[in-house]
Design a protein around this ligand. Structure first.
Ligand SMILES: Nc1ncnc2c1ncn2[C@@H]1O[C@H](COP(=O)(O)OP(=O)(O)O)[C@@H](O)[C@H]1O
Ligand SMILES: O=C(CO)[C@@H](O)[C@H](O)COP(=O)(O)O
Length: 485
């Protein structure tokens, strides 16, 4: 598969690696120089909308993104980062039983409540797995399946996550429809496994008892779970391509950004995520912070909201403007939008756990019925939800010395300027890029090297710092109405 490649600047041979981000809205592929990390090629392709998706759409988008990125013939290693938690269920032939339920599908909210009670309450789950299950987690989706589609649940021969399934397809073990597929070749990594609800990041082992709790006694004895590869471990395909373990998208972003303890990243994709790397696991019984693992052997406590960049998309749609227009409008209104507050639970919410909530506008007066006030309230409301998440991480002992802002929503000027007013800290915005795919590429280079640690690709380029005095009114007025459901 690998053809020799030379550097266009030095003419000397170089080794290329690829990283994939199979995210909620699209698939992105980067090809980078394994040694320096320099970007060589990039491609992306959209995913379908919706909270349940046929995994075949991810495979198709991956192929299209690879084609845009100029193919993989000269690539020596590849890793896949992907949206976390999605439930991919396979039958004994390796066929997908039903469309995958994604992390932002809330139909398993009651299953989460039931499972939480059955194990002895939220702290029992946090102690067992690091996290209190909510509708996002795979384990609750499996319980939902057992209760609502028992005929499908009975056919499950393997359960995996979006990044595991894509890695399996790329490896060839996922085969082509109609061909033999090898379920025992499924692999995952600890970062993504830690978001299933049936894995303990502290022991590095699956909690088969919790899989049984979801699906019924004995289920775990007939269901294949992906083998959890060690950080840096790989599999080598017959054609020589090295496949890394891959990672959940947030853990991959931590690798891509080169995060160290003290760094906290705010990611504004479809999800809003506040995450930190930590040497110690979190076990937050309030459920605000999820105690996930990272892709290096450490931990990744994070708070994740269901409502981030799409709040901006929705506000722009309501106002009939594009993103630049929304940003200009938001920046033309005063901090606090003269008391107009948007609680942006447009997709329900996960942190805090309010799956059935809807968005609400508070403080509407004649004077605030302007596009500028609504635009400002949308940006502030989205950021306030994440500031609450940062508080939850601090309550877990997370030290915050640096705040980084990434993801599609970080391209908004208004977000960049308003974020320091909300968080009360300077905000560092690395140059817009695909940090999940970059982290996956860095993991691929690590897997290829066989070294103990990932290669040092240096800090992200082109970082700009945004500073502004904190505006306490923004969070105060949000906190006053956030719980008025
Ligand atoms: N300049 C911008 N301002 C605000 N939002 C933006 C801007 N550019 C892109 N977005 C939004 O970012 C989102 C995509 O971000 P991304 O991080 O790729 O999401 P995901 O990882 O969930 O697929 C989309 O909702 C898109 O509309
Ligand atoms: O559920 C989580 C984290 O727990 C989300 O962060 C998903 O992993 C989706 O990520 P994006 O596609 O929004 O980047």
């Amino acid at each position: 598969m690998t053809a020799p490649t030379t550097s266009p600047t030095t003419g000397s041979p170089r080794t290329l690696v690829a990283g994939v981000d199979s995210s909620t809205q699209s698939c992105k592929v980067v090809v980078r120089d394994a040694q320096t990390g320099a970007l060589v090629r990039f491609g992306s392709a959209p995913h379908p909308d919706g909270t349940e998706v046929d995994p075949a759409a991810w495979w198709e988008a991956f192929g299209a993104a690879v084609a845009v990125a100029g193919g993989l013939d000269d690539v020596s290693a590849l890793s896949v980062g992907g949206q976390q938690h999605g439930m991919v269920v396979l039958d004994a032939h390796g066929d997908v039983i039903r469309p995958a339920l994604l992390w932002n599908d809330t139909r398993s909210a009651q299953a989460a409540i039931d499972l939480t009670a059955e194990l002895g309450g939220p702290q029992a789950w946090a102690d067992a797995t690091g996290s209190v299950p909510v509708a996002s987690f795979t384990v609750t989706k499996l319980r939902w399946l057992a209760q609502n589609e028992p005929e499908n649940a009975a056919r499950i021969a393997a359960v995996c996550l979006p990044h595991d399934w894509l890695t399996w397809q790329i490896s060839g073990a996922g085969g082509t429809p109609g061909a033999a597929r090898d379920l025992s070749a499924l692999v995952t990594d600890r970062s993504d496994a830690s978001g299933t609800g049936y894995f303990s990041g502290t022991t590095g082992k699956y909690r088969l008892d919790l899989l049984d709790l979801a699906l019924g006694e004995g289920a775990s004895s007939r269901i294949v779970l992906p083998r959890v590869l060690e950080p840096g471990e790989s599999i080598r395909l017959d054609d020589g391509l090295v496949l890394g373990a891959g990672a959940g998208d947030n853990a991959a972003a931590a690798l891509g950004l080169g995060m160290v303890p003290g760094d906290v990243t705010i990611s504004l994709g479809t999800s809003g995520v506040v995450s930190a790397v930590s040497a110690v696991p979190a076990a937050d019984g309030t459920g605000m912070a999820a105690g996930f693992s990272d892709a290096t052997g450490a931990y990744l406590p994070l708070a994740c909201t269901l409502n981030a960049s799409r709040v901006l998309d929705g506000a722009a749609r309501m106002l009939g403007v594009d993103h630049a227009g929304l940003s200009a409008l938001a920046l033309s209104a005063p901090a606090g939008a003269d008391g107009l507050v948007l609680v942006p639970y447009l997709e329900g919410e996960r942190t805090p756990n309010r799956p059935d909530a809807t968005g609400t506008l508070h403080g509407l007066r004649l004077a605030t019925t302007t596009p500028a006030h609504l635009a400002r309230a949308a940006v502030e409301g989205m950021l306030c939800g994440l500031a609450d998440g940062l508080d939850a991480l601090r309550a877990q002992g997370v030290e915050v010395t640096r705040l980084l802002l990434v993801g599609g929503g970080a391209r908004s000027d208004a977000v960049r300027h308003i974020a320091p007013q909300v968080f009360g800290l300077p905000i560092e915005v690395p140059q817009p890029g695909e940090y999940v795919a970059d982290g996956a590429a860095r993991q691929a280079a690590w897997a290829l090297s066989g070294e103990a640690d990932a290669p040092d690709w240096g800090p992200p380029a082109g970082t700009k710092v945004f500073e502004a005095p904190v505006e306490p009114v923004i969070r105060e007025q949000y906190a006053a109405v956030r719980d008025l459901l």
